[in-house]
Design a protein around this ligand. Structure first.
Ligand code: SAM
Length: 251
């Protein structure tokens, strides 16, 4: 059994390597730079997960994120019963939180989901790692509101989702929950994420969770270094997951 898309591999040699693994080990999962052998990958048998994921998945890149989405939907299901609201910093098209919201029927949850983004890319003064904003600029070249409008449309059916447009952390002054049960940090910038944590960390309820999207990825190591130092000062530790995400449960 093979879960993955051979065409997403790094050319013919890599595909042959994956095929050899499949012959040797039987069950191979290969997606999102993660290869596992003989794992159950049980979330792929979860109908509710598949329905939520397939409702929003549009691109091969989004399709590759199934295991990361499993982490998020698992955390959201637990945090649904923890006092506080849900927050995502770094929303882009809203793919991840759209899947999460569908998975836990967020319209019936007595909480608000706050979605923070510029919807125009990483602000210059927060682009600590000088990441390219080309992908965002291309999308908003003709209509500055293009990404924002897509997200508005995606969450229109929810009475309890608040989309907050502008720079993190400035926009926290406009709208910010008092207590947080679930926080997803995905801004691809250590400066943005630390600025968010400075305001939001103390609001996270004990038992609440923070998922760091880029934490274990070698290309994002500055985020890991900054976030480890931040948590060490506060007596907390982040769990590095095989997906490249980081997970923290607030004490
Ligand atoms: C990787 S994308 C987020 C992906 C998204 N979580 C998903 O599920 O597809 C990173 C986003 O962070 C946003 N961003 C980065 N720094 C920011 C800041 N300081 N304030 C607001 N948005 C920021 C960018 O505009 C971009 O949309």
């Amino acid at each position: 059994m093979f879960y993955g898309d051979f065409s997403q591999g790094k050319g013919k040699e890599f595909q042959q390597f994956l095929k050899k693994l499949q012959v040797m080990f039987g069950r191979v999962y290969a997606q999102d730079n993660l290869i596992t052998l003989q794992r159950t990958v049980g979330f792929l048998q979860d109908k509710k997960f598949n329905d939520a994921f397939n409702q929003y998945v549009n691109t091969a890149q989004e399709k590759s994120l199934a295991w990361r989405l499993h982490t998020l939907t698992w955390a959201a299901k637990i945090c649904r019963d923890i006092p506080g609201d849900f927050v995502e910093c770094g929303v882009y098209h809203g793919f991840s939180l759209a899947v999460v919201a569908a998975y836990i029927d967020f319209e019936n949850v007595d909480k608000t989901l706050y979605l923070y983004d510029t919807f125009e890319g990483i602000p210059e003064e927060y682009n600590s790692e000088n990441r390219s904003n080309a992908v965002y600029q291309k999308e908003i070249a003709e209509d500055k509101d293009a990404i924002y409008k897509q997200v508005q449309q995606k969450f229109a059916k929810y009475h309890n989702v608040k989309i907050v447009r502008g720079f993190v952390p400035n926009t926290f002054q406009e709208a910010c929950p008092e207590r947080i049960a679930f926080l997803h940090l995905d801004m691809n910038s250590s400066k943005s994420e630390i600025a968010a944590l400075e305001v939001l960390f103390d609001k996270v309820t004990p038992g609440g969770m923070i998922v760091f999207d880029d934490y274990g990825w070698s290309g994002y190591v500055k985020q890991k270094i900054a976030e480890d130092a931040f948590m060490q000062e506060r007596g907390h530790d982040i769990l590095e997951l095989p997906t490249g995400q980081g997970l923290l449960i607030k004490k």
